[in-house]
Design a binder for this molecule. Structure first.
Ligand SMILES: *Cc1c(COP(=O)(O)O)cnc(C)c1O
Length: 362
């Protein structure tokens, strides 16, 4: 069997080289005779590996010294509650931009922990497709404890490509599906977080990058494992971390460095996205509902003009080793997720299949 290309939105494809290395090391990590999952997280070899993973992430993202890098439990959604509990008091007002399904879930979770969640604006329909309202139109609060947004909406395929930097409140971003996909100015943010299973490693794991001045304000009833300040003090080892996920994420960071870092992978990601969108735009058989300026480079939703062919499309794609193309259950259609681990060859194979399918059926 030839190796398939996996377009799953998450848990998503991992680099093949990373899987091979994990396989090689599985039964005897660094000559220990046991696996990395079976040793103490306080073992010096594990601690050194964990510290190297953090340093590699710091190098890749150029994370300044005054930010903590936390390896947390509970995936992306765990951070939906961790953010308001850690950064805002129970009486606070917080601002949220609503760009799609994940923003919406984050808003609903925040409502449990703060007095007021102010939705400043969000998606607008234009003649060229769905877009995000211009910053001048956002109804921001005067005294928000933070401003939250999701730069890449994984389900909707909508992205905000410019960082809002006109706001006085600390910027908090859910980068679950876009972290490490292109260069980023970390200094513009108060908190960046990401569930790991799209561009980093296994699910259930999350990374939070938190500016020092935002620590020390957790609400009193914050569960201790979700307390940024405690996890920062304990180097993310207040309780037993997900050691396997930490190890595997470390391998992904090493792989990314070998690829030339985020600048190099960002150029490939741009090429992959351009290749797919250009083909979709050139065809009347397929369409994408998003304004060209707001299209995601990681998640490309597309619709067949005749949805009755969706089933055939998916079945034949799968037969050709193109997996995970079914759109999210909330929106239907198709979605190709093309994270860092997806090579250009995968996108080219997808476009070739789409072209062939179009020719057969139009
Ligand atoms: C996948 C995803 C999440 C949820 O992650 P879980 O680990 O399943 O909780 C949150 N936000 C965004 C943008 C995502 O893509």
């Amino acid at each position: 069997m030839t190796t398939p290309f996996n377009f799953s939105a998450g848990p998503a494809m991992l680099p093949r080289a990373v899987l091979e290395r994990a396989q090689e090391e599985l039964r005897s990590w660094r000559g220990s005779g046991i696996s990395v999952m079976e040793i103490s997280h306080r073992d010096p070899a594990f601690m050194a590996m964990a510290a190297k993973a953090e340093q590699d992430l710091r190098d890749l993202m150029t994370i300044p010294e005054n930010y903590q890098v936390l390896f947390m439990h509970g995936g992306g959604r765990g951070q939906f509650s961790a953010v308001p509990q850690n950064i805002a008091g129970p009486d606070a007002t917080v601002d949220y931009l609503n760009c799609g399904i994940w923003s919406d879930f984050a808003i609903r979770e925040a409502q449990k922990y703060v007095a007021k969640v102010n939705v400043v604006g969000g998606v607008v329909d234009t003649e060229q497709g769905r877009a995000i309202a211009a910053p001048e139109q956002w109804q921001v609060s005067e005294n928000a404890a933070y401003f939250h947004y999701c730069p890449n909406e994984t389900v909707d395929g909508i992205a905000l490509h410019t960082i809002p930097d006109h706001l006085s409140a600390p910027l908090v971003a859910d980068m679950s599906s876009s972290i490490l996909s292109e260069p980023l100015t970390v200094e513009k943010f108060g908190v960046i977080y990401a569930g790991a299973q799209k561009n980093i490693g296994p699910s259930g794991f999350a990374i939070a990058i938190v500016r020092d001045d935002l620590l020390g304000h957790a609400q009193q009833n914050t569960s201790t494992i979700m307390d940024y300040t405690v996890q920062a003090q304990d180097r993310s080892m207040y309780n037993t971390p997900n050691t396997w996920a930490w190890y595997l994420s470390g391998l992904v960071f090493e792989w990314l460095k070998e690829q030339g870092g985020v600048e190099a992978i960002g150029a490939i990601n741009q090429l992959k996205a351009d290749t797919l969108y250009q083909y979709i735009d050139s065809s009347s058989f397929y369409s994408n509902p998003v304004h060209p300026d707001f299209r995601s480079k990681m998640n490309v939703p597309f619709l067949l003009a005749d949805p009755a062919r969706d089933g055939d499309f998916l079945k034949q794609a799968e037969q050709q080793g193109l997996l995970g193309l079914k759109g999210h259950r909330f929106v239907g259609g198709m979605r190709a997720s093309i994270y860092n681990a997806m090579p250009l060859a995968g996108v080219e194979a997808l476009v070739a299949f789409m072209r062939e399918f179009e020719q057969k059926h139009s």
